[in-house]
Design a protein. Structure first.
Length: 302
């Protein structure tokens, strides 16, 4: 019977990405005009489909890493019994490696590739790069976090563990992913609209902030999961960990606002920019209108 409630939790979780999409795109006409709805939809579905494939690859890599870190099993069990601290350190090293090299880096690189692909013909405005980055990220978040929530609910039911994971996903994970998306879009628009004469903005700089933010948050939450699995996560330690996560988000949010907020108050940030093909069409129209004017002048002269 409990499993029948799965769609309820999944649908409630979808409210959070919907709120973010309204904040950054649907709430105002000038925001909707700064990026094409078709491309916004493509960004979301590209993110959704890419993350579904990536999750399968991450599953196989996770199995391989478990075999690498914890085989042979007899040796691991003997270490766990005699040296529990070494066990915790081994688990923490495993969590760090997994969340940095399997989760954060591949996901942010794929988001960057998708964002570059969507903007290969140009962006409608500087703000469009941020919009597409956010919707790609929302596609990633909806798939992976929904799978996580459903799997934990099916495994443990409506328990304290499930409630904690659910709330962390809603308030923390979604927020940190949006902040990473802001930095990714900010970097891409700096690269795309670089002033002539300035040094090109390299890709590694674009990925530096998103990967660092994503990886730091994931490792912090992952280490808390390790403490929970080893029964070392008391109520006080849980409060301490959640406070640290909340403080980390506030620091990232503050720095993001400090660096990027000026762009959002600049009207030119939302101004539409013609694509090359559109520019050619307009030029042809102007040329044809000039020809028509010349013809009229010839007729008058005759």
């Amino acid at each position: 019977m409990d499993r029948l409630l799965t769609p309820v939790f999944a649908i409630l979780f979808l409210v959070v990405p919907l709120v973010w999409s309204i904040v950054f795109y649907f709430r105002a006409k000038y925001l909707r005009e700064s990026a094409r709805l078709q491309r916004v939809s493509e960004s979301f579905f590209f993110g959704l489909m890419t993350d579904s494939i990536l999750c399968l690859a991450q599953l196989f890599l996770l199995i391989g890493m478990i075999n690498l870190f914890f085989l042979p099993l007899e040796i691991y069990e003997s270490i766990e019994e005699e040296y529990p601290l070494i066990t915790v350190m081994l688990l923490c090293a495993f969590i760090f490696s997994y969340y940095v090299f399997v989760k954060a880096i591949p996901e942010e690189v794929l988001k960057y590739i998708l964002l570059s692909y969507i903007g290969k013909k140009g962006y409608e405005s500087k703000y469009a790069a941020i919009v597409y980055s956010i919707f790609i990220t929302l596609g990633f978040v909806i798939f992976s976090e929904t799978i996580l929530i459903v799997s934990i609910y099916w495994e443990r039911g409506f328990t304290a563990d499930f409630v904690i994971v659910y709330l962390v996903s809603i308030f923390f994970t979604c927020t940190i992913n949006i902040l990473s998306a802001l930095w990714l879009g900010y970097g891409v628009q700096k690269q795309k609209f670089r002033q002539k004469g300035k040094t090109p903005h390299p890709s590694w700089k674009i990925l530096l902030y998103p990967v660092t933010i994503h990886a730091s948050f994931a490792v912090l939450v992952g280490e808390a999961q390790v403490l929970g699995l080893t029964d070392l996560l008391s109520v006080y330690l849980l409060i301490l960990v959640l406070t640290a996560v909340f403080a980390f988000i506030l620091i990232v949010l503050g720095y993001t606002v400090y660096k990027i907020s000026k762009l959002f108050t600049d009207n030119s940030f939302y101004e539409l920019i013609l694509f090359e093909d559109e520019q050619d069409i307009n030029d042809n129209k102007n040329e044809s209108s000039d020809d028509d004017d010349n013809d009229d002048d010839i007729v008058v002269n005759e």
